[in-house]
Write a protein of this length. Structure first.
Length: 559
């Protein structure tokens, strides 16, 4: 099925044209086909270089670009089609036949027939005022193919005026400096400012971390309002902080050069981009069509199948590249049975657009919407990249009218979980965190949910209680965590009991509390026994809140 993912690449910039007729960015002419030669290469080498010349590849091709549609009221609002053809692949540095692993290979044998077919399929770019507003490619395409196309599309994004702006592209949301001269534009991307929702793992310890120096410069040469050539080079030097000699240098280059201009297809009639995209092909679409294709996999009857998680993850990737309105369209069209899974996917995508869509979609004043509200809060609590924006959204919800008491309490619990994660990643200096963390009035709520039947709530509540000052650990809190650890009222997961034990030991425990903990060791599950023994040993080895009482209990022995 011919379906595409709408990838939202660019937000509003701070630059506008000085006059209505002045071009803000590149402009294509109607009924013209622009032909280019294009090369992209990646070189991986030692930081100081090597005799072998490093490793990497270079892909060269031809690219045809033409105008598909232009907004009648704005010449700088354009839908552009790009088509890659005649693809070749080779080593980025010269190799002898003996060392050339690509010797005798074809592009199809290297990439695979399917990927080569995907690479040569035309794709669309929505360009407005020199900024890429949207990128349309097939959602079934592999990530490597999408990234190659995104890289090419990034060469169409520039402005004609000198200045500094914030742009979205394949690198994320970055600050960019433009320097304009006659028929030449230099774009310098300040890579240290780039922010992306899809960041990899990094350690909190600088000693174990990686140092990086990066640069990105693109030089555009213009002719008749469009690109004559574009040369981009991006360099990353990476070194392990603990061993600076262990370092690597990565260089990527893109070169786009116009080779000819000839008569091309006429513009397509249409009122807006969405309508034009659909008129090009009846099956051409974005997030909504992807959702329609995956909807059955997220119905309860299909959730036990292996295809369900694949569909769920694919949907998250599509949502991350969609606008707020597109996400709302999917939420409003989902069936009652699939909606909880959609809420999970939208919240887990962790983009500003998805968060705004969820806040608008959910009505927290309606107690009947408890299930969806809980799913949203649950996903927020387990967000891998929480930020101040998400915390502020929950604060706004907590200050507003909430129809369900359970949801009101859950909001406080999830806020505590977010604060904990933000502090772990060094975000406790954020004003929102400093002002709203460790609220004393939240202790009774955390205490109540520590005994919840929902395992995730137990863990979150107990983890939050550990962060409070011992003076706030009332007798009710202590009775609660002791009931959990000793399973007085019901059975708990091992991780919940361990969290309860941590609260007990960190809250100036009494002699009897410590004695009961010590007596339980030996009757616990194997892993929990080992953990509790290590906790006791730590208390004996270091000066911790429970150290003195533990020594006293061990000294007196047990009857």
């Amino acid at each position: 099925m011919f379906a595409v993912v709408l990838i939202l690449l660019c937000a509003a910039s701070s630059v506008s044209a000085s006059a209505k007729s002045a071009a803000a960015g590149p402009r294509l002419h109607n009924n013209q086909l622009y032909k280019f030669s294009y090369t992209t290469e990646v070189l991986l080498d030692k930081a100081k270089g090597s005799k072998e010349g490093g490793a990497g590849y270079k892909i060269s091709s031809e690219v045809n670009i033409n105008l598909v549609w232009r907004d009648p009221s704005s010449k700088d609002d354009q839908l552009i089609q790009l088509a890659i053809s005649n693809v070749k692949i080779e080593h980025v540095s010269p190799r002898s036949e003996k060392k050339n692993i690509l010797q005798g290979s074809t592009v199809e044998s290297v990439l695979g027939k399917g990927k080569l077919t995907d690479l040569t399929k035309p794709f669309l770019v929505h360009l407005k005022n020199g900024k890429t507003k949207a990128f349309y490619s097939y959602w079934t395409e592999p990530a490597v193919i999408k990234n190659l196309k995104r890289g090419l599309a990034s060469l169409l994004q520039f402005q004609l005026l000198t200045g500094k702006v914030v742009e979205n592209d394949i690198s994320g949301r970055c600050t960019v400096q433009y320097q304009a001269a006659k028929d030449q534009i230099t774009r310098t991307k300040i890579l240290d400012t780039c922010k992306t929702s899809e960041s990899g793992f990094t350690t909190h310890s600088k000693v174990l971390g990686v140092g990086r120096k990066s640069s990105s410069v693109t030089v555009f040469t213009l002719e008749d309002g469009f690109i004559r050539s574009a040369v981009a080079e991006e360099t990353h030097s990476l070194a392990i902080n603990a061993r600076r000699s262990t370092a690597v240098k990565v260089v990527s280059r893109q070169i786009l050069v116009k080779t000819a201009k000839e008569a091309g297809p006429l513009e397509v009639a249409g009122k807006d981009v969405a309508g034009v995209v659909k008129s090009i092909d009846g099956k051409l679409a974005a997030l909504f069509e992807h959702w329609q294709a995956e909807q059955k996999q997220l119905e309860p009857a299909s959730l036990s199948k292996a295809s369900a998680p694949r569909s769920f993850l694919a949907l998250i990737q599509s949502i991350r590249k969609a606008s707020k309105d597109e996400i709302l369209k999917v939420l409003k069209s989902a069936s009652k049975t699939s909606l909880p899974q959609v809420v999970d996917a939208v919240t887990s995508s962790q983009t500003p657009e998805s968060l705004d869509a969820m806040i608008e979609f959910l009505n927290f004043t309606d107690a009947k919407g408890l299930v969806l509200q809980e799913r949203f809060l649950y996903a927020c609590g387990f967000a891998s990249h929480p930020n101040e924006r998400m915390l502020q959204a929950l604060l706004d919800i907590s200050k507003g009218k909430i129809g369900s008491i359970e949801i009101k309490e859950s909001v406080v619990i999830i806020m505590g979980a977010l604060v904990h994660k933000l502090c772990l990643k060094g975000g406790c200096n954020l004003p929102t965190v400093v002002q709203n963390s460790l609220l004393p009035e939240a202790v009774p709520i955390f205490t109540k949910y520590a005994e919840s039947e929902v395992g995730s709530y137990n863990t979150i509540a107990l983890t939050a209680l550990q962060r409070y000052d011992v003076s706030l650990m009332t007798s009710e809190v202590k009775r609660t965590v002791n009931r959990i650890y000793h399973q007085t009222h019901r059975i708990y997961e091992k991780n919940v009991r361990v969290a309860a034990a941590d609260v007990i030991l960190s809250s100036n425990p009494s002699y009897m509390e410590v004695k009961n903990l010590l007596l339980s060791i030996g009757n616990l599950p194997h892993e929990m026994n080992k953990y509790m023994l290590s906790k006791i040993q730590d208390n004996l080895r270091f000066q911790l809140p429970a150290s003195k009482v533990i020594r006293e209990a061990l000294k007196h022995g047990f009857p």
